[in-house]
Ligand binder design. Structure first.
Ligand code: SAH
Ligand code: TYD
Ligand code: ZN
Length: 409
């Protein structure tokens, strides 16, 4: 086991603080009957850089193995997230892209959930998205998409063809890209001096506070903080100028980065940095404490599911999230403990969950008949799901949560 490796974003060294062990690719759903001996596994472990405090995976998976023609995550599956992105697009229309012939670039535009509103408003835009099926869905909505990975060479080509961008945006994407030097040099080249790079990703502060350990899987290479983002940006002539905590996906931060010296950092940056220092977010002792909390959740969840099985209760899971691959594989939860997972994504239905091979079924299967317990894998969409599944509670069903701890509601 390696316990130290070079930092991906600075010259420091990364010390490992938690190992999940052998894990599959979190979005690699299997066709029933597939040769499971060919299923890909890697060692999932996380560490923290002793110099820049960036929390990151110890080992990464090659990008083409994760993001390809049949990548099954469709952003528009959540109504709440649709309005989240629409609101941001409207806000940017009144702030950053109000000038003459503005140009917006999004990396990881997926099915077009964010760019749709800008395209409808006639704003010049480009989505850069390597996963073919989701990119096609965006294109079918009238969004301009380039099917490729964002990197320095691509950014320079776009700048040469379309000119520099007023805004470069990335939601739940920057944290997925291990080759950060190329990406940030690309951002620097593609961005107008007056432009901004805005990105939002799961926040380490929330992950530690809520022990939301299932945010850790192959696609999430980095777990950002203001401190680590500030250091990372500075190495590429960029500067963190604003940050805002946002209540999506269990707690994220939206970072605004500009070319160095162009904008005055907001008071929010100083305030959130001070909060991070008080929480000792960059300390390995804090992160080792997080690791102990993960093991407690694992033990409590396994005990609960085994007890319910012994009592003859039916347990079904809700939401075949990428996050849940970490939970089921860490805890050894297979079809013996959870009958099936229901999920609204057509591309996941009829398949088996990665590593643990629990069948995925359509949401209608949930009520035919209702199980005794539902394990909420899509806990970050709890509000939206509770609103549509009120009849389950009314029928006597109970929800099992495991964030921030194992409890039944
Ligand atoms: N922005 C959407 C999608 C997030 S999923 C949302 O917030 O819901 C991450 C997306 O990033 C996937 O669609 C994946 O194909 C894409 N992606 C992965 N690596 C990328 C890269 N190097 N450049 C651009 N997009 C990338
Ligand atoms: P999400 O938590 O957004 O992301 P990740 O896969 O990265 O962990 O995934 C939510 C999953 O839950 C997605 O597969 C769609 C599904 N889902 C439902 O089945 N019903 C719903 O009402 C919602 C909101 C999501
Ligand atoms: Zn570092």
């Amino acid at each position: 086991m390696s316990t130290s490796s070079p930092c991906r974003v600075c010259d420091g060294a990364v010390s490992e603080f938690f190992e999940f062990g052998r894990q599959p690719l979190a979005d690699a759903f299997l066709v029933p009957g597939a040769d499971t001996s060919k299923e890909f596994f890697f060692r999932l472990a996380v560490g923290v850089c002793d110099a820049c405090t960036m929390v990151q995976l110890m080992e990464e998976v090659p990008r083409e193995q994760m993001f390809h023609e049949t990548y099954p995550y469709y952003s528009s599956g959540s109504a709440f997230m649709r309005s989240h992105f629409e609101n941001l697009a409207k806000e940017l229309l009144t702030t950053e892209v109000g000038g003459e012939d503005p140009f917006v670039v999004e990396m990881g535009s997926n099915d077009g959930i964010f760019l749709k509103a800008l395209a409808d408003s006639g704003v010049r835009h480009l989505g850069i998205e390597p996963s073919g099926d989701v990119a096609d869905v965006a294109a079918s909505k009238g969004i301009r998409v380039r099917k490729s990975f964002f990197e320095e060479s691509v950014a320079k080509e776009v700048a040469a063809q379309d000119g520099q961008a007023d805004v470069i945006y990335a939601a739940n994407t920057l944290s997925h890209i291990d080759y950060m030097d190329s990406v940030l040099d690309g951002v620097k080249a593609l961005l107008k001096p007056s432009g901004v790079f805005v990105f939002e990703d799961p926040y380490l502060g929330d992950i530690v506070t809520r022990t939301s350990f299932d945010q850790i899987y192959d696609e999430h290479v980095y777990f950002f903080t203001l401190r680590s983002v500030q250091a990372m940006a500075a190495r590429h002539g960029l500067e963190l100028v604003d940050a805002e905590r946002i209540p999506v996906h269990g707690g994220e931060v939206r970072y605004t980065v500009a070319p160095a010296g162009q904008r005055k950092p907001s008071e929010a940056v100083a305030k959130l940095l001070a909060d991070e220092d008080a929480q000792k977010l960059g300390d390995i002792a804090t992160l080792e404490g997080f690791g102990r909390s993960v093991l407690k959740i694992r033990d409590d969840l396994i005990s609960l599911l085994r007890k319910l099985k012994d009592e003859g209760k039916r347990v079904v899971a809700y939401g075949a999230t990428a996050k849940s691959a970490t939970v089921t594989n860490l805890c050894g939860i297979g079809p013996d403990l959870v009958e099936f997972v229901c999920d609204s994504t057509v591309a996941k239905q009829g398949k088996l969950t990665p590593g643990t091979h629990i069948p995925v079924r359509e949401p209608a299967a949930f009520s035919q008949p209702y199980p005794d317990y539902a394990l909420l894998f899509a806990w970050n969409h709890a509000e939206e799901i509770m609103a549509k599944e009120q009849a389950f509670r009314a029928a006597g069903g109970q929800w099992i949560h495991y964030v921030p701890d194992v409890h039944v509601v």
